[in-house]
Design a protein around this ligand. Structure first.
Ligand code: NAD
Length: 364
């Protein structure tokens, strides 16, 4: 089979779906690897680091010839329409965000695997792009907060007096939130975290954070959060507003699968915060956890900085790509037999459940 890897075209996307390491591993599976010239460069992987791959300038031919096209974000719909019937496309295809893309893939009889759909089972962990990319996002969100804050994070004892450590609150303690807690701790801040899933208390504490108890518990299905009831939300907000008056930095990471980000930090809460406070809203991409967040912008609200950076994982493109590419390799290797041929085993739940479109039909 021929696996193709082309340049990412989404604005600001620096990550790569194939790394020199996974290229080597694919070649060992008797796969032919085709690379568009420069495709790995934004992730700091020069063409000559992909030893054994064929490099081409003919992007259109690569897309049209691919048996498997790997990507981070999907190429344009017009390009997807040129893929072969029966070819496999895998990446963060964001099917909810673009119905026309789904239509193009169905019409072209492409076998489409949006990696967001991977079941989050133990076996799928090595393929879990949401987790690997969330780790980088949580890390970068804290570094941005530290950069924007007019304070030190650590406690300092100096000849000019003592500086108290910053109080940092991480909202949402999933994969990104836990990495944010760990990062803020390494910078020496006093860190609190909260989440609606009660099991996060132990995880937050094991990273040296304090669990902020807002009296709301909303564990949902499959280890995810469920949406809060109106009463639960009101109670959470009342307690949080009081607490935020003494917080210097907030990093928000809360999400509910398939829904817009829950609005947790209201404009009124922000106006109650001290000047010089900083909010970094990692959920900006899905609308933000803070009412004032403007996706892609950093604003000032009466002395409080509110940042809504987008695609944080791309800011750490090299390591994010190494992890993403391993996730892709691990998933793709389920589809390649001993002779290097493409075989889709529909009895494998990871393949069956991740698939969005196949042979001209859309799956639920
Ligand atoms: P996510 O990105 O969907 O959500 C981030 C966090 O926000 C979650 O912890 C969620 O509980 C929290 N949240 C939602 N609404 C909130 C609210 N109103 N207030 C405060 N917090 C709120 O989640 P994620 O990071 O992708 O993963 C969540 C869970 O799934 C974790 O337990 C993780 O360990 C688990 N997981 C399992 C696997 C696996 O077994 N393969 C892989 C990845 C994640």
């Amino acid at each position: 089979v021929t696996v193709a890897f082309v340049r990412e075209t989404a604005r600001g996307e620096r990550r790569a779906a194939l790394s020199p390491e996974t290229c080597k591993k694919l070649l060992a599976l008797k796969v032919r690897v085709l690379i568009e010239r420069g495709a790995g460069v934004p992730a700091s992987f020069p063409d000559d680091s992909y030893v054994g791959a064929e490099i081409s300038d003919d992007r259109a031919r690569l897309i049209a010839d691919a048996d498997v096209l790997v990507c981070v974000q999907a190429p344009a719909n017009a390009e997807l329409a040129t893929m072969k019937a029966g070819a496999v496309l895998m990446g963060l295809l964001a099917p909810h965000a673009d119905a026309a893309r789904v239509d193009a893939l169905v019409a072209g009889k492409v076998s489409a695997f949006p990696l967001e759909r991977l079941p989050r089972t133990t076996r799928a962990q090595a393929m879990d792009v949401l987790s690997s990319q969330a780790g980088m996002a949580g890390y970068k969100a804290v570094l941005i907060a530290a950069q924007l804050a007019p304070r030190f994070f650590p406690m300092l004892t100096t000849a000019a007096g003592t500086i108290r450590p910053s109080k940092v609150l991480i909202v949402g303690a999933g994969v990104a939130g836990l990495q944010a807690i760990a990062t803020a701790r390494r910078l020496g801040a006093q860190v609190e975290g909260f989440d609606v899933r009660p099991e996060t208390r132990e995880q937050i504490e094991s990273l040296g954070g304090k669990f902020l108890d807002l009296g709301v518990s909303a564990a949902g299905e499959g280890g995810y959060a469920r949406q809060l009831t109106d009463e639960e939300r009101a109670e959470q907000q009342r307690r949080l507003a009081e607490h935020l008056k003494n917080v210097d930095v907030i990093v928000t990471t809360a999400a509910v699968p398939g829904r817009p980000a829950p609005k947790i930090i209201t404009a009124a809460m922000v106006s109650g915060m001290k000047p010089g406070s900083v909010i970094v809203d990692l959920a900006a991409e899905t609308g933000g956890n803070c009412e004032l967040t403007q996706p892609g912008e950093t604003i000032d609200s009466a002395g409080v900085t509110v940042a809504g950076p987008l695609n944080l994982a791309s800011m750490g493109a090299l390591h994010a790509s190494e992890m993403y590419a391993r996730n892709v390799y691990n998933f793709l290797s389920l589809m390649i037999d001993k002779e290097g041929a493409l075989v889709l085993d529909w009895d494998d739940e990871l393949i069956a459940k991740t698939c969005l479109a196949h042979a001209g039909e859309k799956k639920a």
